[in-house]
Design a binder for this molecule. Structure first.
Ligand code: ADP
Ligand code: MG
Length: 244
């Protein structure tokens, strides 16, 4: 059985999810430490996005509980969970400038103007998107759009970041670049990150620990080196060993 952490940032306990008669997630248990970078790695269809959406509150679980910072959020609204999410498709508002994309959610939440300006300035500096603030998403490259999407999570000042394959739509060069930036972002912010990918290289380079998933079940949850050197089964060995 898994070992529970003392004060986990995120704790997933016996989480199951069924779509009708089909079990998509089966009694998952993960404790994520404060400031930890966890990667959920597995082939397409194994349930990574479903798990992330449960943590975000975009999907109701069928069974089990989710704690964030010690609070049971299983039935909390997404906006009350203290999480920020970055999707594969950037989900930016096309009619708004980058600045408006960053500020929109904060204004809706009633955050004062000067505080919003401060947060946007900080995010723009960290992500190096200052020159882009007055542009519309249609005038940005894929990499720039994804920076803005990360910025939108960043300005929310959340404890936990959730990423769902944020680099999948980018070409190999940009992917490598943004991978480094996400790593830097994490070392700068020191917040908890749960990052979904099917890309072994992303998992190996970004993760403190990797949860390897197959068919809605976690096969192994360990540091990258441990998974690479001591895979618990054939599936994990094959998945990590196969070229991306
Ligand atoms: P991944 O992100 O790892 O590619 P998903 O979490 O998107 O996988 O999907 C896991 C499984 O759940 C897949 O078999 C998928 O077909 C199924 N699934 C996802 N969403 C739904 C839904 N709304 N209704 C029924 N089945 C779904
Ligand atoms: Mg997915």
């Amino acid at each position: 059985m898994m070992t529970r952490l003392e004060n986990p940032s995120v704790s997933i306990q016996d989480l199951s999810l069924n779509f009708g008669a089909i079990s998509v997630l089966e009694t998952l248990n993960i404790d994520v430490a404060e400031g930890e970078f966890i990667v959920l790695l597995g082939p397409s269809g194994c349930g990574k996005s479903t798990l992330l959406n449960c943590i975000a509150g975009l999907l109701d679980v069928s069974d089990g509980r989710i704690f964030i910072k010690g609070k049971n959020v299983t039935w909390e609204e997404p906006k009350d969970r203290g999480i920020g999410m970055v999707f594969q498709s950037y989900a930016l508002y096309p009619q708004m400038t980058v600045e408006k994309n960053l500020s929109f959610g904060l204004r809706v939440a009633g955050i004062p103007r000067d505080e919003i300006a401060k947060r946007i300035a900080r995010a723009a500096e960290i992500l190096q998107i200052e020159p882009l603030l007055q542009r519309k998403p249609s005038a940005l490259s894929g990499g720039q759009r994804q920076r803005v999407a990360i910025g939108r999570a960043l300005v929310r000042d959340v404890d936990v970041f959730l990423f769902d394959e944020p680099l999948s739509n980018l070409d190999a060069k940009l992917r490598a670049e943004l991978r480094v930036e996400i790593k830097l972002l994490h070392s700068k912010l020191q917040n908890t990150m749960i990052y979904v990918t099917h890309d072994q290289i992303e998992a190996m380079t970004l993760a403190d620990r990797i949860a390897v998933m197959k068919g809605g079940v976690i096969q192994q949850l360990d540091a990258p080196q441990t998974i690479y050197n001591r895979p618990v089964n054939r599936f994990v060995a094959g998945f990590l060993g196969s070229p991306a």
